[in-house]
Design a protein around this ligand. Structure first.
Ligand code: S3P
Length: 434
């Protein structure tokens, strides 16, 4: 991948696709609600389409029209036994959240996934769901997919989660919707709260205090109109790109800035990045336009309760850190090892191939910025966020980057390469430079 950038850097305005976490949830909760849920700006990436197809397999009809998605809900207890095994593709969110829903249905079913998903840990949901009375087993006995779930009547629990994971929290809260008493989850740090916010909108009683969320059993959910904000995890690639490429100034339109997801914005600022918000829209899921200008960055330490707020952005933060002055330390991020790939190992190995001074640690990495990066063949490990992070690195490196399986970006951002090319296109002074 080779870009040639004008002396004006990246320029223009960009609208990134809808938020992946919110898109998944809008289909899931719409499927469990009575009536129709209308979703605007739904992310049509492979992961969210997987969620639609899993619910179609359980009798939920969805109209996918050019400008919106209509989910015709079956009601809280109206899902049908799937005709085929549920294939969750590459999506951890689909697998874990649906497990919480399936645990209390009146049927049995099995779930499978692709090669990456089959390696991801499911014990983290199997344990709390079993404590609630669920019958959930890993058919190979390795706590991974395939999972077999026989629906049961569940009981409320208070679960102290060892990990700050919205997928774990959401699986438990969804199971709690139909349990016989309230269910609470306490996390070590607060993870993204889209489930709590959106379930309340759909009519469930959910409360949050500190890092504890509680759900009360519900009789019914009600279909809603959802307008999905732009995905901050997708915006992160453009934020990083504009910060590291000299002479850049871009506007990212309508980006979700939920405070449980905004760690990337905090880190960009702390590293010296020039960001401003315009057109702030407050409400359940706040959003804003973000203006970003290239900046001289410096290294910082990223650790503790900010980690869940930027967990998916850490790969591209590592790229930014290579172009920052001084040392960046990323700690408390062992969760990165169990994402679509081992993102600590893969980032460190690939950055080293480009000449970066970076070292892997048990729970993160240490990056000494300032070395020029050069051409290399990058192993994306078929992980969308790794491929996009290196497409950003390609904007500043010397020579060409070849990224293996680069089309894996279709999981969360099918138009990624088209959109980034638009920003590096340099206009009439320079002709077509890309
Ligand atoms: C997600 C939560 C995060 C994140 C994933 C989406 C969600 O995972 O990495 O991409 O939609 O709940 P964990 O909550 O397991 O950290």
């Amino acid at each position: 991948m080779k870009y040639e950038i004008s002396r004006y850097g990246l320029r223009g305005e960009i609208t990134v696709p809808g938020d992946k976490s919110i898109s998944h949830r809008s289909v899931m909760f719409g499927a469990l609600a009575g009536g129709v849920t209308e979703i605007e700006n739904f992310l049509r990436g492979a992961d969210c389409m997987t969620t639609i197809s899993c619910f179609a397999n359980m009798g939920v009809h969805t109209d996918v029209t050019p400008d919106r998605i209509l989910v015709h809900g079956n009601g809280l207890r109206g899902l049908k036994a799937p005709e085929k095994i549920l294939d969750c593709g590459n999506s951890g969110t689909t697998t874990r959240l649906i497990s919480g829903i399936l645990a209390s249905q009146s049927f049995s079913c099995s779930m499978v996934g692709d090669a990456s998903l089959k390696k991801r840990p499911m014990r983290r949901i199997m344990k709390p769901l079993s404590m609630m009375g669920a019958d959930i087993t890993s058919t190979l006995g390795n706590d991974c997919l395939p999972l077999r779930i026989n629906g049961k009547q569940l009981h409320g629990i208070h679960y102290m989660s060892p990990v700050a994971s919205a997928q774990v929290k959401s699986a438990i809260l969804l199971a709690g919707l139909t349990a016989d008493s309230p269910t609470s989850v306490t996390e070590p740090y607060l993870s993204r709260n889209h489930t709590e916010l959106m379930l309340s909108t759909f009519g469930a009683q959910v409360t949050s205090e500190g890092t504890t969320a509680t759900i009360y059993p519900a009789d019914e959910l009600y279909g809603q109109k959802i307008i999905v904000p732009g995905d901050i995890s997708s915006a992160a690639f453009f934020l990083a790109a504009a910060l590291i490429v000299p002479g850049s100034e871009i506007v990212l339109k309508n980006i979700g800035i939920n405070p449980t997801r905004d760690g990337m914005l905090t880190v960009c600022r702390e590293m010296g990045g020039n960001l401003t918000y315009e057109n702030i829209r407050r409400g359940g899921e706040p959003s804003a336009d973000i203006v970003v200008r290239s900046s001289d960055l410096h290294g910082i330490t990223i650790q503790g309760d900010i980690i869940p707020k930027l967990i998916d952005e850490l790969p591209v933060i590592a790229v930014m850190a290579c172009y920052a002055k001084g040392t960046t330390i990323i700690k408390d991020a062992a969760e990165l090892k169990v994402k679509e790939s081992n993102r600590i190992r893969i980032m460190v190995d690939n950055l080293k191939l480009m000449g970066a001074d970076v070292e892997e640690t048990d729970d993160g990495m240490i990056i000494h910025g300032g070395r020029p990066l050069h051409k290399a063949v990058i192993n994306s490990a078929d992980d969308h966020r790794i491929a996009m992070s290196f497409a950003v690195a390609a904007l500043r490196c010397d020579g060409e980057l070849i990224i293996t399986h680069k089309n894996c970006v279709g999981i969360s951002y099918p138009r990624f390469y088209i959109d980034i090319k638009q920003l590096v296109h340099t206009g009439q002074d320079f002709g077509k430079i890309y």
